[in-house]
Design a protein around this ligand. Structure first.
Ligand code: NDP
Length: 234
């Protein structure tokens, strides 16, 4: 059966790979991003800043009106604005919290009533190993991604009786535009990965696909690190 799947941050990187994964299964995929770009084959795309609750509500409402209840939300949109905490501006802090944490909450809130009515659904947040590992310069990002864990676990308990699962995928070091600017830091980070290399976007898309599948129906409130062993045990 074709599922209605909303993927945020689907214009490139991990989100685009997630969207392509579901498209390959024949699902109806609606993409959200600031640019509105989306992989070929998406049923819809919206140019939306996820940090705006009004914009998110309007886009999700339009998607539901056209494609029916949302079966799966992948709240993946994210940014970094790195800097040492003592020099971090209010704007750097707020931008990162706004997109990574507020945005994920707004998207989840917008889809939940349709999932509750349908008595099924999957909410998947794109976290990070950053809060477990501790990365200097990422106080804003780590706080936002740690916040997703609390958000996911509270939501998971709120909606579990309706057969809705809520989980966090926590990527390690994945080759995308986000990590392309790291230069020497990238080599230092790679040296810490037990598997010895960065992950690819499809490594994440496969795990998201599993969480959205029937095989993961009894899996909720969990954080799944996909990191080549980088943060194991943390
Ligand atoms: P990219 O920078 O390649 O892509 C980010 C995506 O998010 C783009 O589609 C971008 O589209 C969208 N986006 C950013 N801000 C907003 C916004 N305010 N509203 C709507 N869409 C937005 O990043 P990645 O693919 O690498 O990262 C995807 C997710 O995975 C993020 O949440 C990131 O934190 C997480 N992650 C990534 C890791 C990595 O190593 N790459 C490691 C751990 C976590 P547009 O610019 O058009 O808005």
């Amino acid at each position: 059966m074709t599922r209605h799947i909303i993927v945020t941050g689907a214009s490139r990187g991990i989100g685009a790979a997630v969207a392509r994964h579901f498209l390959s299964l024949g699902d109806t995929v609606v993409a959200l991003s600031r640019s509105g770009d989306a992989p070929e084959g998406c049923a819809g795309s919206f140019a939306v800043d996820v940090a705006s609750s009004q914009a998110v509500n309007e886009a999700v409402k339009a998607a539901i009106a056209e494609h029916g209840p949302v079966d799966v939300l992948v709240a993946n949109a994210g940014i970094t604005r790195d800097g040492l905490a003592m020099r971090m501006s209010d704007e750097q802090w707020r931008d990162v919290l706004g997109t990574n944490l507020d945005g994920a909450f707004y998207c989840a809130r917008a889809v939940l009533s349709s999932m509750i009515r349908a008595r099924s659904g999957r909410v998947i947040f794109m976290g990070s190993v950053s809060p477990f590992y501790g990365v200097p310069g990422q106080a804003n990002y780590a706080a936002a991604k740690a916040g997703l864990v609390g958000l996911a676990r509270s939501l998971a308990r709120e909606v579990a009786s309706r057969s809705i699962t809520v989980n966090v995928v926590a990527p390690g070091f994945i080759e995308t535009e986000m990590t392309s600017e790291l230069g020497a830091t990238s080599e230092e980070m790679t040296a810490l990965i037990p598997m010895g290399h960065m992950g690819g976007v499809d490594d994440i898309a496969g795990v998201v696909g599993f969480l959205a599948s029937n095989s993961a129906a009894y899996l909720t409130g969990q954080v799944i690190a996909v990191d080549g062993g980088l943060a194991m045990g943390l």
